[in-house]
Design a protein around this ligand. Structure first.
Ligand SMILES: [Zn+2]
Length: 347
């Protein structure tokens, strides 16, 4: 990561940036879903590795590859649908996208992403292979708008070793991440739905978006078993005993703000607090409590929750939180205090 002091983009420049994103997503020349994955990946990395300045940001292709594997892992698993045989979504209009085939090969050997990560040799080899495809395909074509190339995210010429985001791009990606995520996911789902090779099984299917993008629920029971010890059987927010009440694993930084699972982001809340907090950020007091919890239990969180297939990286989680609370202050989001009380941060 290299930073230099650089001015943040003007409102006009920010609007122009958004228009370009929209144009990219509207251009009908996509032959695979890689472009969506690339846009989402660089946006998430700008949040995790960047800051709110107009500086350039160098992104390692291996880190981008890791985000691709995260995004495609669940989507590469066979999808069980009604009376049909399990079916793998086609992510390309031609033959299956190469990255999917590579991930599926890994899935034959490793049941979970966690197990795969633990095999360092295999994991690094897969990352390198994915990085090569990312470099050769979507990085080259992302900025093509109907035959014209507009280099507004990065210069291809300068991005041979690492992807070098142009000045002010990191800032815009962080500023507009929720919009970019949502647009990309919607277009990605549309692409999959309209791909003729998927039509047979997916026509009119209601829960495709959930299959493709919703948080994976199947390990959360085990996350809860671990957190109940960490939190001494108390609700993270109100402190009441969880012994005789229903509880749920809550994303401390809401999924709607940052749609990726990371181990340190999970807390256990009783049903009431969980539903009242809903998609809101929690108050600064809870932020502090969460950060302290993470420092105190970092080792066991890393040990236990990464076993269950989640990425666990305290620094990364806290950088995402820094970004989220700064966004909340700048944009006057309501944050949840407790019960039905909410207030505007920073006012
Ligand atoms: Zn509670």
């Amino acid at each position: 990561m290299l930073f230099s002091i650089a001015e943040i983009p003007t409102p006009q420049e920010q609007l122009k940036f958004l228009k370009h994103i929209q144009q990219i997503l509207q251009s009908g020349t996509f032959t695979s879903t890689y472009k969506f994955a690339l846009l989402i990946s660089i946006t998430r990395l700008a949040i995790e590795q960047g800051q709110d300045t107009g500086a350039v940001l160098h992104l390692d292709y291996q880190d981008i590859a890791e985000k691709f594997i995260d995004l495609y892992w669940k989507q590469s698993l066979p999808f069980q649908f009604n009376q049909y045989e399990p079916f793998t979504i086609h992510q390309s209009t031609g033959k299956q996208a190469k990255i999917i085939s590579e991930i599926q090969k890994a899935q034959q050997q490793f049941e979970t992403l966690a197990a795969l990560r633990k095999d360092v040799l295999y994991w690094n080899r897969l990352k390198r292979a994915v990085a090569t495809t990312v470099k050769q395909m979507p990085v080259v074509y992302l900025q093509n708008l109907n035959g014209q190339t507009i280099e507004f995210l990065y210069s291809l010429e300068d991005s041979k070793q690492s992807l070098k985001l142009l000045p002010k791009v990191m800032y815009c990606l962080r500023q507009f991440s929720e919009i970019i995520e949502e647009l990309c996911q919607k277009r990605w789902i549309d692409f999959v739905r309209l791909n003729k090779q998927n039509l047979v099984v997916l026509d009119g299917l209601p829960d495709l978006d959930e299959f493709m993008f919703a948080p994976s629920r199947n390990q959360l029971g085990k996350v809860a078993d671990f957190l109940i010890d960490v939190q001494q059987c108390q609700c993270f927010y109100c402190g009441k005993s969880l012994k005789n009440s229903k509880y749920a694993v809550d994303h401390f930084i809401p999924w709607s703000l940052y749609p990726a699972d990371t181990g340190h982001n999970f807390v256990l809340a009783d049903e009431k607090c969980n539903s009242q907090k809903s998609n809101y950020l929690a108050s600064e007091q809870f932020l502090q409590q969460w950060q302290e919890r993470n420092y105190l239990h970092d080792q066991s969180i890393v040990r236990e929750i990464s076993q269950l297939g989640f990425l666990t990286d305290l620094q990364r989680s806290h950088r995402v939180a820094d970004w989220a609370y700064k966004q909340a202050i700048e944009n006057e989001y309501l944050v949840w205090l407790d019960g039905k009380d909410k207030h505007i941060l920073g006012v």
